[in-house]
Design a protein around this ligand. Structure first.
Ligand SMILES: CC(C)=CCC/C(C)=C/CC/C(C)=C/CC/C(C)=C/COP(=O)(O)OP(=O)(O)O
Ligand SMILES: O=P(O)(O)OC[C@@H](O)CO
Ligand SMILES: [Mg+2]
Length: 235
């Protein structure tokens, strides 16, 4: 990456889903100006290169680092406005496709992959009702010690730069996030899912290095997102 591990300095990420609308009167520029440390562009369903490009272009002129988080190899875009690519691997996926298969395909079809701008995210998918759980056939029936063990394996055995406890669509269990936090050393712990106000943001930011806020931006807008930035900074 350009700076070595910029996420070491982050508290808050806003994840924008290119397949979802923004609330009336809200622009991508408004979302970039919420004080978030970075914008991650990604979603599970209905993602195309065109939708990805449109969001990246809309955010490009604003002063916030932009990352793409592709949900499959065919939606990776080549855009200089992107600081980099955060590439998921789902550690508790039911199919090896989401552990090494998609990655092998990406490297096979993409000539001249930009490794300097590519970083790894070890996902542990925890909400069985989320699209991402269905999509990857994830085994979400995990206790705190399972999650901690996955986090340690991700960092120590697979050299993952980021460990991502993903509750997409629901607020997670604090004890689980705390356990993951105790299991990683050098890796940066991301938490995402169900953050909707100051208190929910604070509760997860106590344990996670970085909290990720997604649907709130699409459902509520900028004031609600700003509250979560404030909590992430305070925690
Ligand atoms: C190797 C490459 C380039 C891609 C493969 C990457 C992998 C393993 C993707 C698996 C799925 C995944 C972790 C996608 C990341 C984005 C994500 C989790 C979005 C949030 O998903 P949901 O909230 O469930 O879905 P929607 O909000 O889109 O309904
Ligand atoms: O949309 P929410 O529930 O905020 O989840 C954020 C993010 O972790 C999704 O990948
Ligand atoms: Mg979502």
């Amino acid at each position: 990456m350009t700076a070595e591990t910029p996420w070491d300095e982050w508290d808050h990420i806003l994840k924008i889903d290119p397949d979802k609308e923004l609330p009336d009167g809200v622009t991508y520029g408004d979302l970039c100006a919420t004080g978030t440390d970075a914008i991650e562009v990604g979603g599970t369903m209905g993602i195309t290169e065109e939708k990805m490009e449109a969001v990246v272009e809309a955010c490009a002129e604003h002063d916030v680092p932009l990352y793409q988080e592709p949900s499959s190899p065919d939606v990776v875009i080549d855009n200089r406005a992107l600081e980099g690519y955060l590439i998921p691997t789902v550690f508790n996926a039911g199919s090896p496709f989401w552990i090494t298969g998609a990655h092998k395909e990406w490297v096979r079809i993409d000539n001249g992959l930009d490794w300097d701008r590519t970083a790894t995210e070890a996902y542990i998918v925890m909400n069985p009702d989320a699209d991402v759980a269905t999509y990857t056939e994830a085994d979400c029936d995990l206790d705190a010690d399972d999650v901690a063990a996955y986090a340690e394996v991700a960092e120590r055995m697979f050299g993952q730069e980021i460990v991502y406890v993903e509750y997409s669509g629901m607020l997670g269990d604090e004890d689980i996030v705390e356990a993951a936090s105790g299991a990683v050393d050098d890796a940066t712990l991301f938490y995402g899912g169900g953050i909707h106000d100051y208190d929910s943001a604070y509760s997860m930011a106590q344990y996670a290095d970085v909290i990720v806020v997604g649907d709130l931006a699409h459902d509520e807008g900028v004031d609600a997102v700003r509250e979560t930035v404030e909590a992430a900074t305070d925690a």
